[in-house]
Design a protein. Structure first.
Length: 111
């Protein structure tokens, strides 16, 4: 499989991780071609850490692994949606999902 098509705009692409059973978005991480290749070869998620400048396997230290069930690219081939079977919490804080900080809308109804 030619992975270059997914990295034409950037060396890193966003990967949205979604729990298969619930449809809940668990996290967003970035992938480079090497981490995507490792994900395809192992069946478990691998990402590229922008802060550490290295590959990391989700759950390698915590045991909270993500078994990949499907991978889909968006219409522009520059974002991935990865459906997983999550073991334990996905967030490094211990939360099920990384998306738990709610932002309140302040819509002006007079417009």
């Amino acid at each position: 499989m030619n992975l270059a098509q997914y990295f034409q705009k950037s060396e890193l692409i966003p990967a949205i991780i979604q729990e298969n059973k619930t449809g809940e978005v668990l996290m967003l991480a970035y992938m480079n071609s090497e981490s995507l290749q490792k994900t395809l070869e192992t069946g478990y998620t691998w990402f590229y850490s922008r802060s550490r400048q290295e590959l990391w396997n989700k759950g390698a230290t915590s045991g909270h692994v993500q078994k990949v069930l499907s991978i889909s690219a968006d219409c522009d081939n520059d974002t991935l949606l990865i459906t997983v079977e999550q073991t334990g919490p996905a967030c490094h804080t211990g939360a099920k999902s990384c998306f738990f900080n709610k932002i309140e809308l302040q819509v002006n109804e007079q417009q």
